[in-house]
Write a protein that binds this ligand. Structure first.
Ligand SMILES: Cc1cc2nc3c(=O)[nH]c(=O)nc-3n(C[C@H](O)[C@H](O)[C@H](O)COP(=O)(O)O)c2cc1C
Length: 428
């Protein structure tokens, strides 16, 4: 594809951070004006309280559960299994349930704050399949991840669409972790008729679908599009439109990625310990400059090589800036291959907008890509980011996502022409 045709790249280029741009606009906001981070449908909709002894409920619940509550600057923060840039949580989850005894066939909104499913649409001969996998019907669950973008653009303005996509990828990673713990295979789908779905789900311009996840038995059957439009319900208490975000979402929703064969990952974690890890996952902002073992570093890299279960593909290259790994000389690596040696901890701290944790950690990862579909590539990066969080926390290594970095200078440091999509720091 010609560069000028890559509309994702146009957005990415327009939202680069530099030393100067961050000085001019440091994203300060009045915390008391933060829009609400939980969508609630009106009370007349029927609700099903999640019962954690029911394996389907437990599977759905663990994709999005609130795991920790704290108060920050007088604002209560409800932290969840999935991390989110700035803890703003633009993502929402909808689940279509079909053919599960004891549950009405329908589309449900997952009301994270109240641990319940809100039935927003009852199925007859229609359903989400017609938008996502035409000609098929799924006995089981179809998850949809969407973004209420103003929750993030309130603070991060134009750059927030990047965080919406990365957060969505992290949320997909949380769905995958819950599926693993409930012994379910899943398929992630990125190329489908998102625009029609946004209209029929009543999202207007304020919320948009980013990905779907299938978990269930596929049957050949013609399912119709939703026979009724779902009414609009706002995911925030107030809203300000951002035209760049809306346009960039739309143009990146229709480009198709490379095809690949669907392959399931094979993980070998101790499930009780992994469950604890999912539950206790957190971001850490302070590292004590301690070494991690080479064995742990290699184990994390190995898990990253496991396939992402999707027929859509975007290649993500991972650079590691190794600062403190036993038995490895500090330097810039691709996997175990040393590209340039040196102690770059001060440099990465600077590149990540002077965030000290990117300097004091053991390894700073950067994900780069020559994507076709920017929306999918960013979600792949977020998905891999979630994997790094969980695998490192599983090994008692701390982690944090890094959405803020000086784009061009980081690219220059990595000596790549590909766009830098995301950073992650791990360490102790
Ligand atoms: C896409 C993304 C980008 C992030 N970028 C940063 C960052 O640049 N600096 C930082 O301190 N934390 C960053 N974080 C971490 C979030 O602040 C953190 O996830 C959020 O506060 C919730 O806390 P928790 O992860 O402990 O649940 C990022 C997280 C995500 C998912």
């Amino acid at each position: 594809m010609l560069e000028k045709d890559n509309l994702g790249k146009t957005y990415h280029d327009a939202t680069k951070h530099s030393y100067l741009s961050v000085q001019i606009d440091p994203n300060y906001v009045d915390a008391s004006t933060q829009p609400v981070a939980f969508k609630v449908y009106p009370k007349f909709y029927r609700r099903v309280q999640l019962n954690l002894n029911n394996p389907v409920h437990s599977f759905i619940w663990l994709t999005s559960a609130v795991t920790f509550e704290k108060v920050y600057q007088d604002v209560p923060d409800k932290l969840r299994v999935n991390p989110s840039a700035g803890a703003l949580y633009p993502t929402e989850v909808y689940v279509q349930i079909r053919g599960i005894p004891g549950t009405v066939d329908g589309i449900y909104h997952l009301e994270v704050e109240n641990n319940c499913l809100t039935l927003i649409y009852e199925l007859i001969d229609d359903g989400l399949e017609s938008y996502i996998i035409p000609g098929r019907s799924i006995k089981g669950c179809i998850f949809l991840i969407s973004c209420v973008y103003y929750r993030s653009s309130w603070k991060y303005q134009d750059r927030s669409l990047r965080y919406c996509f990365l957060d969505s990828g992290h949320h997909l990673g949380a769905v995958a972790a819950s599926a693993y713990l409930h012994s379910k295979d899943i398929q992630l789908i990125f190329d489908f008729d998102k625009l029609a779905l946004n209209t029929d789900l009543g999202f207007e311009n304020k919320e948009f679908v980013t990905a779907a996840v299938i978990s269930g038995e596929e049957q050949e059957r013609q399912i119709r599009r939703l026979r009724l439009k779902i009414p609009f319900v706002c995911g925030t208490d107030y809203f300000e439109a951002n035209q760049l975000i809306e346009n960039s979402y739309q143009v990146t929703a229709v480009q198709r990625s490379h095809p690949q064969l669907l392959e399931q990952p094979q993980f070998n974690f101790d499930k009780d310990k992994f469950h604890q890890t999912v539950w206790n996952r957190r971001s850490v902002r302070r590292f004590r400059k301690q070494l991690i073992s080479q064995e742990d570093y290699l184990y994390i890299l190995q898990q990253l090589e496991q396939p992402i279960p999707s027929e859509n593909f975007e290649e993500i290259e991972i650079y590691s800036v190794v600062h403190r790994v036993e038995g490895m000389s500090p330097g810039l690596y691709k996997g175990t291959h040393l590209l340039k040696s040196g102690n770059f901890s001060e440099k990465t701290g600077y590149l990540c907008v002077n965030q000290a944790f990117a300097r004091d950690c053991a390894v700073t990862f950067f994900f780069v890509s020559d994507y076709i579909n920017y929306q999918t590539a960013m979600q792949f990066a977020g998905f891999l980011g979630q994997k790094i969080y969980l695998v490192s926390n599983y090994l008692n290594i701390d982690c944090s996502g890094i959405g803020a970095y000086y784009d061009d200078e980081t690219q220059e440091f990595l000596e790549t022409t590909k766009d830098v999509l995301y950073g992650i720091a791990i360490g102790k």
